[in-house]
Write a protein that binds this ligand. Structure first.
Ligand SMILES: Nc1nc2c(c(=O)[nH]1)N[C@H]1C(S)=C(S)[C@@H](COP(=O)(O)O)O[C@H]1N2
Ligand SMILES: [Mo]
Length: 548
């Protein structure tokens, strides 16, 4: 009569330990993702990595086979592979510790690599996979220790490699030090059934906890899903005044940042651990403080106003020289000046403290919000409602000021006040209370260290001094004189402008090119290197490349 209990304890129970541990870890990972990095759900990132890596015939076959259910099929497929590998990890851990845990850790590494290589991956992207791996490793260690004694347990003695795991054999070997070394263990023991039930209880518990965590994560994101659905169903009103982007604003040079930044490539900076989910139906803006009358504005009221399109380049004060925390978009919104006029600020007010639904605040000089620039409450970005991470449903956009003192996303409150009476989020953390954007320029082409073919070499980049404007850009090749680059057409003084310089017959060798911009008010960009704290970096960007 075959001894099936040997099979069960030899590898079925260890496989269950593996699967339950990985279910536990995976659930924790999904919950963590829901909290810190919704775009980095381990399942979803591994799925999208596979989609990226799959040859097109495989994609075609998947679509032919599963149709619109191809994504669901992929996720189920990943789940099945995961269960199989997890089972193997359990058996491995029972026989050759710590290799089972190592295998589980490797699954985590796959998740982390997938997360880190996704477009727009943030530094938090690897956290869910790391939490999943740590949870699964600890659970595996815990469960394998609780395997019914003697069979498939670590260090089981007296088994030849060939004999390991052979069905029916596990029942006759046992660790010398284990209770099952007792001669009684050779006969069926009543305690074994109890051990097994106890083990299955722990394993089932781990799997259930994992499922609950995954479900919790899903539930946590219900608000986000609902708001995403609302956003997707919104058609913004047509602009009463539309913006034009001249075709000659875009040089179309390979490697040069496009003059309008697509929403998916737009830098994102905020303090929000989870992107706030704000339902426009419940959104309202309150304008209060040093005003003659309080004003509140609902979403419907805002959309009923004559909305204006404007093109403004946002920049972050933390942008290093040569950095990419800057982007340019066509915004749709309503002038804040008009709303302030309704409220009528008192004469002694000099600042507006804008507040986000999540408590972030920015201090903007009142005059900047009252003059004729396109300081707006924005609802649209490049022809779409604001993406959630860029402030849906409403944010501020103010030409000429760094984002931390002006570009409040998910804005719900404008308090008219004074700089000597209130201070904003970053000011309280050592940054300047005012943040006009500094004159800057950047080289995009060639890339640092690029090998360039000898001949005419194209050098190109962008320059900006929002709300002042760029009059010129100059480049310095190695240590020669500064030479004028050619500017593309500027969209306006509120946007960056592309520039290029053709270096005819560049000699072979290693070269460094430096760039500086000249402002519309005559300021020449300083070479003095200053860091980003407290009010923005200065210094000249350079690139070194090889011509051969
Ligand atoms: N609610 C909120 N709004 C915010 C911030 C924030 O942390 N929270 N960061 C500001 C900063 S520092 C910048 S640079 C811009 C960036 O806007 P973006 O993420 O749409 O590019 O948003 C600003 N608005
Ligand atoms: Mo910023």
């Amino acid at each position: 009569m075959p001894d099936t209990s040997g099979t069960v304890r030899g590898w079925v129970l260890p496989a269950i330990a593996g699967a339950a541990s990985v279910a536990f870890g995976a659930g924790l990972g999904e919950l963590t993702a829901a909290i810190v990095a919704p775009a980095s759900s381990p399942f979803v990132v591994v799925g999208s990595l596979l989609i990226d890596l799959a040859p097109s015939w495989a994609k075609d076959a998947a679509i032919a086979l599963f149709g619109t259910a191809d994504k669901a099929a992929l996720l189920i497929g990943i789940g099945l592979v995961l269960v199989a590998v997890a089972g193997a990890a359990g058996v491995l851990e029972a026989r050759r510790p710590p290799w089972g845990r190592v295998l589980v850790g490797l699954i985590g590494v796959v998740g982390a690599v997938a997360a880190a290589t996704r477009a727009n991956a943030t530094m938090l992207a690897v956290v869910p996979s790391a939490v999943a791996a740590i949870g699964a490793v600890l659970a595996l260690q815990f469960l394998v220790r609780r395997l019914p004694a003697g069979r498939g347990a670590p260090d089981e003695g007296g088994v030849t490699p060939a004999g390991r795991g052979a069905p029916g054999e596990g029942g006759r070997v046992s660790r010398p030090d284990a209770p099952s070394a007792d001669p009684e263990a050779l006969a069926p023991r009543p305690t074994n059934g109890i051990d097994r039930r106890r083990f299955l209880g722990w394993a089932g518990g781990a799997a259930v906890l994992g499922a609950l965590a995954a479900f919790g994560g899903y539930a946590l994101q219900a608000g986000t899903r609902a708001v995403t659905a609302i956003r997707d169903s919104i058609t913004l009103p047509r602009a009463a005044t539309s913006a034009t982007v001249p075709a000659s604003a875009e040089l179309g040079i390979d490697g040069l940042t496009s003059v309008i930044t697509p929403n998916t490539e737009f830098y994102r900076i905020d303090t929000a651990l989870a992107v706030p989910a704000v339902d426009p139906a419940t959104w309202s803006l309150r304008i209060h403080g040093l005003v003659d009358r309080e004003v509140t504005l609902t979403w419907d009221e805002l959309l009923a106003l004559p909305l204006e399109e404007s093109v403004t380049t946002l920049a972050c004060v933390s942008n290093e020289v040569g950095g990419d925390l800057i982007g340019n978009a066509v915004w749709l919104g309503y002038p804040i000046r008009e709303l302030l006029a309704r409220a009528t600020p008192s004469a002694d007010a000099d600042m507006v403290l804008s507040r986000s639904v999540d408590g972030f605040t920015a201090s903007t000089p009142l005059t900047v919000l009252q003059d004729d620039r396109n300081a707006i409450l924005a609802v649209g970005m490049n022809g779409e409602p604001l993406p959630a991470e860029h402030g849906f449903p409403v944010r501020m956009v103010v030409p000429g000021l760094y984002g931390y003192v002006s570009a409040t996303k998910w804005v719900v409150d404008l308090e008219v006040t004074r700089f000597d009476a209130a201070s904003a989020y970053w000011t309280d953390r050592g940054w300047s209370e005012r943040g006009p954007i500094k004159l800057q320029s950047r080289i995009d082409v060639p890339r640092q260290g690029q090998q360039v073919t000898a001949g005419d070499v194209v050098i190109a980049g962008v320059a900006w001094h929002q709300h002042v404007g760029i009059a010129g850009v100059e480049v310095q090749l190695d240590d020669s004189d500064w030479r004028a680059a050619t500017l593309a057409t500027a969209i306006s003084d509120d946007t960056w402008v592309q520039w290029h310089y053709e270096w005819a017959d560049a000699p072979s060798g290693t070269h460094t090119v430096r760039v500086r911009a000249i402002s519309a008010d005559g300021e020449v960009q300083t070479a003095e290197r200053v860091g980003v704290v407290p009010d923005g970096a200065t210094g000249l960007h350079d690139r070194t490349f090889d011509v051969s």
